[in-house]
Each structure stands twice: as structure tokens, then as C-alpha cells.
Write a protein that binds this ligand. Structure first.
Ligand SMILES: [Zn+2]
Length: 289
């Protein structure tokens, strides 16, 4: 099995992006993995600190490993938004393929210094693991927000991106290019879409030589996502859209069977609902394959 680095290189050559989907339970994981398998495209399963705490760090790693052994398409596991070195070390030891080491809330210099130190520590545990660093402001949680935060001042500049990549040695960069964690109510209702700064993505791509990740992809305009991939985005994160689908599917399963108590008769509705979203996003990221 080739590693994530190879998969990223291949995606860059093919002009496609790898879908990154956050999972917090077996329903989400099952749906994401089934989508990748159906389309025969690589997927990255993401678990941030809160989700790792819920499922168990070693347990999610074991689940992904066991599925990986039985399938013929690449599955990778990413420790999403990790805010401290001990949490990063824990994920590296459990066998994660990548870690998003996110100190973007700190001042730039501090972010650089601590990210560099963390990379050294993480690579001594597993030299093949990829570490992603983050600069700029892309908002907080992957939830439904009442109103749009002003992220305009936190956009990543190409010069800053270059300096950050060169002085930290990150394998992957997550810039702020108009993207935002979570969705607005109007986005969930389908009335508005997020728009991206495509020009900025292209400028950052030519300033740095590493793969780029787009966080907060949920609710983004389809055409903007296609353009972002063409401009150099290699990984796209989808979380909130899956959460919305998970809840809707669960409600459908409960609503259609008001007296049912058997989990494996209720939960397949949630799996199907999440699968529909993951599949359509993967199709888009992989040039409508
Ligand atoms: Zn994120």
C-alpha cells in the first residue's frame, strides 16, 4: 500500500483532490468508507481531538486498519485539529497517517516555533507521517452558525505561507482562503454558498511547494471547489455536511419506525444519508468520476 504522500502526488498529477471526511462513530465511518469503495478513490478519515476522545484514539486507528486490510482502495487516517504536542504524539503512536498540528490561534512567530518543534518530535515516532500546519483564521467549530464571522483579516498571504512552510518544514499547508469551519443556517437550507478566493489559492500554490488542504469545505459552491482544485488544493475537508446528513438520516429512521428499538434497523438510514453526501462530494473532487 502506498502512503498518503504518493496519493497526494498522484492527485496533483490527475488534477483531482482527495476527500477528507470527519467521523465520530461507526455510522459515519461506514458511510465514508463505502463511498470511497464504490468510487474506487482514496479517502482520508479525519478525527479531531473531541472525536478521538469519544471513539478512542487507538480504537479508531484499529477500526480503520482492519477495514484497510480488506479493501483495495487507499484509506488514510488523519488526526484533525490537534492543538498540543501530547495529543499529536498519542495519535502518531496509535498509527495515524497524518496530523493537523493547529496552532493557528497563536501569533505567527509562536505558531512557527512550536509547529517546528512538534514536527521533529512527531517524526521521531514515525518518519512517514505527514504533518499539516495551519495559518490564518478559518473560524471555530464545524457547527451551524447563526451569523457569518468576519474572517477577512485572517486570510493567508502568499508571503506568509512561504515563510511558514520554509521555517517549519510542514508537509502540508492549510491556508485561509475564504473557507470557514461550519455552515450558516442559510447554507444548510441551500440558500447561500461559501465562495473561495481562487486567485489567492493560486498565488499560495506558486509560493509554496507543498500540498494544500481546504478546511471547512461544507456548503461551498461546487464551481468554486472545482476551481480551487485546479488552482492547487489537494485535500478538501467535509464535516458539517456529514453531521447534518447524519442527523437527518437518524430522524428519518426513527420517524419511519416509531416503535423500533433495534439499532441496526434504525442506523442504516443514517448511513445511507451520510453516504449520499460523501459520494457526491467525492465525485466532484475526483472530476465527476
Ligand atoms: Zn478544519
Amino acid at each position: 500500500m502506498h502512503g498518503l504522500r504518493d496519493a497526494l502526488e498522484q492527485s496533483q498529477k490527475d488534477g483531482v483532490a482527495i476527500g477528507h471526511f470527519n467521523v465520530a462513530d461507526w455510522v459515519l465511518l461506514k458511510a465514508v468508507l463505502a463511498s470511497g469503495q464504490e468510487l474506487k478513490v482514496p479517502v482520508v478519515v479525519g478525527a479531531s481531538e473531541g472525536k478521538r476522545e469519544f471513539i478512542g484514539v487507538r480504537q479508531i486507528a484499529a477500526l480503520v486498519r482492519s477495514v484497510r486490510e480488506e479493501c483495495d482502495y487507499p484509506i488514510f487516517l488523519n488526526a484533525d485539529h490537534t492543538h498540543s504536542l501530547p495529543k499529536a504524539v498519542e495519535a502518531a503512536k496509535a498509527g495515524f497517517d497524518a496530523i493537523v498540528f493547529d496552532l493557528s490561534a497563536l501569533p505567527f512567530e509562536q505558531n512557527v516555533r512550536q509547529t517546528k518543534e512538534a514536527i521533529e518530535a512527531i517524526k521521531t515516532i514515525n518518519s512517514a507521517i505527514l504533518v499539516e500546519g495551519e495559518i490564518g483564521d478559518i473560524g471555530t467549530g464545524s457547527e451551524i452558525h447563526e451569523k457569518a464571522p468576519d474572517l477577512s483579516r485572517g486570510l493567508t498571504s502568499p508571503a506568509e505561507a512561504k515563510q511558514f512552510v520554509e521555517s517549519t518544514g510542514v508537509d502540508i499547508l492549510a491556508p485561509a482562503v475564504g473557507n470557514m469551519h461550519g455552515m450558516l443556517k442559510s447554507m444548510v437550507q441551500g440558500q447561500t454558498r461559501k465562495r473561495l478566493d481562487i486567485e489567492r489559492i493560486a498565488q499560495i500554490k506558486s509560493a509554496v511547494q507543498v500540498p494544500l488542504t481546504l478546511h471547512g469545505g461544507s456548503g461551498t459552491d461546487d464551481e468554486d471547489l472545482r476551481k480551487a482544485i485546479a488552482a492547487g488544493i489537494n485535500i478538501i475537508h467535509i464535516n458539517t455536511e456529514l453531521r447534518v446528513a447524519w442527523r437527518r438520516g437518524l430522524e428519518e429512521g426513527l420517524g419511519k419506525q416509531p416503535r423500533e428499538v433495534v439499532p441496526y434497523k434504525i442506523l442504516p438510514f443514517a448511513v445511507e444519508s451520510v453516504k449520499k453526501v460523501a459520494r457526491s462530494r467525492l465525485k466532484l473532487f475526483n472530476a465527476d468520476r
